[in-house]
Design a protein around this ligand. Sequence first.
Ligand SMILES: *[C@@H]1O[C@H](CO)[C@@H](O)[C@H](O)[C@H]1NC(C)=O
Length: 144
Amino acid sequence: MGNLKSVALPLLLSFPLLLLPFAESIYFTNYHIHVRNDLPLLNSPPNQPNLLLHCKSKNKDIGDRPMAKGQDYTWDTKINFFRTTLFFCNARWVGHKSRSFDAFDAIRDEERCLEYHTSCMWSVRSDGIYFSFNNETWYNDYPW
Ligand SMILES: *[C@@H]1O[C@H](CO)[C@@H](O)[C@H](O)[C@H]1NC(C)=O
């Protein structure tokens, strides 16, 4: 018993120290997800939404968001303990195209979305859904 105590006590005391690296980690970071409607107007009037965005995670359904040209829809998320946080969206360019994309995937995005105001930036365009980690360079990650 004495032996067990002499092992268990130091272990128990060092437990908070083992957790220290987590204290400044991604688990406390609040990520901002931006989705902007950069679709061309074509023949639709400027204020009429031409994009329907529907985003959700396992626990949270943001609902249907009708978006007019130039609108930016934003929400926040933290990363869960198991780093499985995932927000997926369906984007429907009314009368044209529709597709799904992952707006936030913890493992994929935890680093790249730290670059610019802890934001993941998405831009819905006529040829696809673009990602940017710096709000300057855009990549067509989900062509449609
Ligand atoms: C990205 O840049 C544009 C200007 O090019 C600006 O209007 C917009 O607010 C920026 N987005 C964020 C999330 O900072």
